[in-house]
Design a protein around this ligand. Structure first.
Ligand SMILES: Cc1cc2nc3c(=O)[nH]c(=O)nc-3n(C[C@H](O)[C@H](O)[C@H](O)COP(=O)(O)OP(=O)(O)OC[C@H]3O[C@@H](n4cnc5c(N)ncnc54)[C@H](O)[C@@H]3O)c2cc1C
Length: 567
């Protein structure tokens, strides 16, 4: 094959990463550039569900549901270190109801102003028969996916302890959770890197950089570079992939490669709580409930805490400005109390929160819920360079979108596809499966082989999967085996992450590598020790900046007195 100019992918979220992997596997060199950091956007701000999207059935999006369920089955098999099955319960009050508004949605009338108003006026909470109909279709579409079919129980007989005065039935079905999409994205990039090394292909990952197109050449400079900084790197890409999610229109404008408005993202916020009564009531299972205002809420188990989401509001600022508002937090708390009044959740029980913007297509009218949730590739060209902009897309369908994008580029470059990812495991999956008992044996064997405590092995294993065996096994010096204060991470493990995972600054490490953002507080001693891994940075400034970011974007405080473990 003749040498190719690299494909330039803008945006290292899950879709950019999956596209990069597809191209590298098929012999095409790639540069991937992110203005902020890997998985900085919606990838890190989602509900973390790997789901068919039961709700989309109402909108007649059966093709999307089918594709999503296929991808769910693949992820359960190919990335078991990150993706686990979860049982969800839908609490139901009445036998009938919801059919008329479901009909309006199914016929897509809610995508017009009038249809949306009619659906709202009709209201109509979904009754048992409507839910059953949807779940039967869901079972049918997910046949062969390896998860059990739906079932219905009376409230109180089984499942989470929802309000028995309000609800009569619980309809149960299965989907999956990916607790750490950021880590999944890194594993996909790791796969691309390994493969590029083997094939001798160029593969460059540049974070905290941005690109500008000047006369057919793209100049790439650090995001914080001033106009009089020295020239950056230059590249003549064969294609530009705009995988910048909800930033997509801004990216095209700044490149510049203007086009019509493509994106109309909606903001969604989530909260975490460790409130014991809710943790007990949920009992490690999940609830997908319809609130009194008709919105749907997920109440999900998340390690030893509970994750609740989400809101859905139109949002016109740049996605990095999205922050959970006090109203959103209060609204999510209220939604929980509607389902579980006995737990009496308070805003003060909320440990952390986050907010992100869905990269949805622009739709001037209709409800936010009616905006299509599929994915598209919009192809344009500027200065003779093809630009493929990825619109929409879910975490669940990232592999399929990466595959589709790569197919379009491979065709354009006259490169025949030689490798498929349809059966390709994600690095760190070998030795792990959906069998918890077998996984426990695996973690025990790593603990025995490396001499680390099982809690340390599992804390590191949740980030790198079975690669933990090599990483911890390579730590022989006692200084490298010491744990970072307040965490379960050995210093050598943290060093490995910094050296191999494109970490540029303390915030990258805390937010998107070690995942230290779901607890109420982070010990200052932890932050300071992590800052010491960046000898060239101003420690005081980075500790202060990260502390401010944690407070603003996650509601997490940095506390001097705290010494408890956070991982
Ligand atoms: C609230 C919410 C809940 C969701 N829940 C689910 C769910 O449960 N299940 C599911 O399957 N999906 C869910 N999604 C959808 C899913 O998260 C996204 O569709 C998916 O993560 C999009 O990935 P992406 O790579 O396209 O975009 P992003 O993850 O947003 O990545 C875009 C990247 O581009 C970078 N960037 C921005 N500007 C530039 C620039 N000029 N140059 C270079 N880089 C740039 C950003 O830093 C970022 O890293 C949810 C989304 C949200 C917001």
């Amino acid at each position: 094959m003749p040498p190719q100019n690299p494909v330039l992918i803008l945006g290292a979220g899950v879709n950019g990463a999956c596209t990069a992997r597809e191209l590298i596997l098929n012999g095409v060199p790639v540069w991937i550039v992110d203005k902020f950091d890997i998985a900085y956007g919606a990838t890190a701000k989602s509900s973390r569900l790997i789901h068919g999207g039961l709700r989309y059935l109402e909108y007649g999006d059966t093709a999307l549901v089918h594709e999503s369920l296929d991808e769910r089955a693949r992820l359960l098999k190919l990335a078991p270190q990150f993706v686990k099955a979860v049982k969800l319960y839908i609490p139901i009050r009445q036998r009938f109801g919801g059919l008329l508004s479901a009909g309006l949605k199914f016929t897509r009338l809610t995508r017009t102003g009038l249809g949306a108003a009619a659906a709202k006026a009709l209201g109509g909470e979904r009754g048992l028969e409507t839910v059953r109909m949807g779940l039967r279709m869901y079972d049918f579409l997910s046949r062969g996916g390896g998860l059990p079919s739906h079932s219905v129980v009376r409230v109180g007989e089984a499942g989470p302890k929802v309000d028995s005065n309000k609800y009569r039935w619980l309809a149960a079905y299965y989907d999956a959770q990916m607790l750490w999409p950021e880590r999944f994205t890194l594993a996909v990039l790791e796969d691309a890197r390994r493969e590029a090394e083997q094939k001798g292909l160029e593969f460059k990952v540049l974070t905290h950089h941005h690109a500008r197109l000047v006369d057919g050449t793209v100049e790439i400079r650090p995001t914080d570079a001033s106009n009089d900084s020295p020239a950056g790197l230059t590249i003549k890409p064969s294609t530009i992939v705009n995988a910048t999610g909800a930033w997509g229109d801004h990216t095209l404008r700044d490149l510049p490669a203007p086009t019509k408005r493509l994106f109309g993202g909606t903001k969604g916020s989530h909260i975490f709580t460790h409130q014991p009564a809710l943790v007990r009531a949920l009992n490690s299972e999940a609830v997908y409930a319809e609130a009194d205002d008709g919105r749907l809420v997920f109440i999900l188990p998340f390690e030893d805490s509970v994750l609740i989401g989400t809101t859905d509001e139109r949002f016109d600022s740049t996605p990095d400005q999205a922050v959970s508002s006090e109203e959103e937090v209060a609204y999510l708390v209220e939604m929980v109390n509607e389902v579980f009044p006995d737990v009496k959740l308070m805003v003060a029980d909320v440990d952390a929160h986050y907010s992100g913007v869905r990269p949805l297509p622009y739709q001037a009218e209709g409800t936010t819920g009616s905006i299509p949730r599929g994915h598209w590739i919009e192809s344009t060209a500027t200065d003779g360079i093809p630009i493929d902009t990825l619109i929409g897309g879910k975490l669940t369908t990232c592999r399929a979108l990466g595959e589709e994008t790569a197919n379009r580029i491979l065709t354009r470059l006259f490169v025949a596809r030689s490798v498929s990812t349809q059966e390709r495991p994600v690095p760190g999956s070998d030795g792990l499966s959906q069998d918890t008992a077998l996984n426990d044996q695996f973690w025990q064997s790593v603990a025995a082989a490396t001499g680390f405590e099982i809690e340390t092995v599992m804390a590191c294993g949740k980030l790198v999967g079975s690669r933990v065996r090599e990483v911890l096994g390579g730590l022989t010096e006692s200084a490298e085996r010491e744990l970072v204060a307040g965490t379960r991470f050995p210093r050598g493990f943290v060093r490995h992450i910094i050296e191999t995972e494109w970490v540029e600054e303390l915030g990258d490490l805390v937010e998107r590598r070690l995942m230290l953002t779901d607890h109420r507080a982070l010990p200052e001693v932890t932050l300071r020790e992590l800052a010491s891994f960046f000898p060239d940075a101003d420690t005081e400034a980075s500790v202060r900046d990260v502390g401010q970011r944690l407070r603003k974007y996650y509601g997490v405080t940095v506390e001097r007195e705290l010494a408890a473990a956070v991982s």
